[in-house]
Ligand binder design. Structure first.
Ligand SMILES: Cc1cc2nc3c(=O)[nH]c(=O)nc-3n(C[C@H](O)[C@H](O)[C@H](O)COP(=O)(O)OP(=O)(O)OC[C@H]3O[C@@H](n4cnc5c(N)ncnc54)[C@H](O)[C@@H]3O)c2cc1C
Length: 298
């Protein structure tokens, strides 16, 4: 029986395991190898790691965990979590079961992209969603925004950075009010919806029924995130309208003994997760520190 099983080894889970290992709490860290930023070449807005490949970040984190005797890392997919505080069981896809007194869910989210041919291939390479992560790399360049749902917000953020922004509806036509809001902020609204996006030289060709437009990069102004793993549902955790798990200041969920950290969870006072590497790692540390204190009190 370990003290804690951490499911997920992105920034949140890696930091949680590090904190637990340093406090000599036995921890099993599980990794199915499905990272939200799997296709990203360089992560940004990460202090001391601005421009570092995410794979390098993970490799260094794993290497540093090796010096902690209390940390065990397994490449395995968890399929079920059951039990209660002081005796949780986590079933793995090889049929084995691991047990621990506490569980930290750090399994992240999946981005549900709009159904545009070519978008999945460009995702994380030339198509992005977060201006904080990838906006600066488009400074002085032409950007396409796909979808009108969050377009006004993205135009307000990217307008200071990009040289020009063209918004492409995705089937839906923007209302006059939406169109005015976008144009007032300096964006162009294309006459026809985006039908497909393709790599074109160093840029992206946006195909439409009335002609193609070549831009330097694409931002997706619509789409949503959903839980990558089924554990929140299995455990009956209280969820927020964002689709994320509700946590308190210490990363605790509504079920005793189960904490959550990273993109999959946030406090009810926020409209959604502040989904970034630094915030995920910070949440992982907070969840682990909370459990260290909790276990010490028993
Ligand atoms: C295109 C794109 C670009 C981005 N660029 C940046 C950037 O430049 N800077 C930045 O700060 N943020 C960036 N982000 C956001 C960043 O990737 C996330 O905020 C961060 O990865 C969240 O970390 P996490 O640990 O919560 O989840 P993840 O990194 O997604 O890790 C989830 C972990 O859970 C594991 N897992 C899932 N299910 C199971 C299971 N059943 N069993 C075992 N393990 C499981 C996975 O294998 C993985 O190890 C970007 C996101 C996208 C989509």
């Amino acid at each position: 029986m370990d003290d804690v099983i951490v499911i997920g080894a992105g920034p949140a889970g890696l930091q949680a395991a590090l904190t637990l290992g340093r406090m000599h709490r036995s921890v099993l860290l599980l990794d199915s190898g499905e990272y939200r930023n799997a296709t990203v070449a360089h992560m940004h807005n990460v202090v001391t790691h601005d421009g570092t490949p995410p794979s390098q970040f993970r490799t260094v984190a794993r290497a540093q965990l090796e010096s902690y005797a209390d940390v065990t890392v397994r490449e395995a997919t968890a399929t079920a979590v059951s039990g209660a505080a002081d005796d949780f069981s986590v079933t793995l896809d090889d049929g084995t079961t691991a047990r621990a007194r506490r569980v930290i869910l750090a399994t992240g989210v999946v981005d549900d992209l709009p159904d545009i041919p070519g978008l999945a291939e460009l995702w994380g390479r030339r198509a992005f969603t977060c201006p904080f992560c990838d906006g600066h790399e488009h400074a002085g360049r032409q950007v396409a925004l796909l979808g009108t749902a969050r377009a006004a917000h993205l135009v307000a953020l990217l307008g200071r950075i990009a040289a020009g922004i063209t918004v492409f509806p995705l089937g839906e036509s923007p209302s006059d009010e939406e169109r005015r809001a976008l144009e007032t902020r300096g964006a162009r609204v294309h006459a026809a919806p985006a039908a497909a996006v393709r790599a074109d030289g160093d840029g992206v060709r946006v195909e439409t029924a009335v002609g193609d437009v070549v831009v330097d990069g694409v931002f997706v102004a619509t789409g949503s995130m959903r839980q990558r793993a089924p554990f929140a549902e299995q455990l009956g955790l209280r969820m927020l309208s964002s689709g994320a798990i509700e946590i308190d200041e210490f990363g605790r969920t509504s079920v005793a003994g189960v904490s959550a950290a990273g993109d999959l969870a946030h406090r009810a006072t926020l409209p959604g997760p502040v989904a970034s590497v630094v915030m995920a790692a910070a949440a992982g540390q907070m969840a682990a520190a909370g459990l260290v204190q909790e276990l010490a009190a028993h």
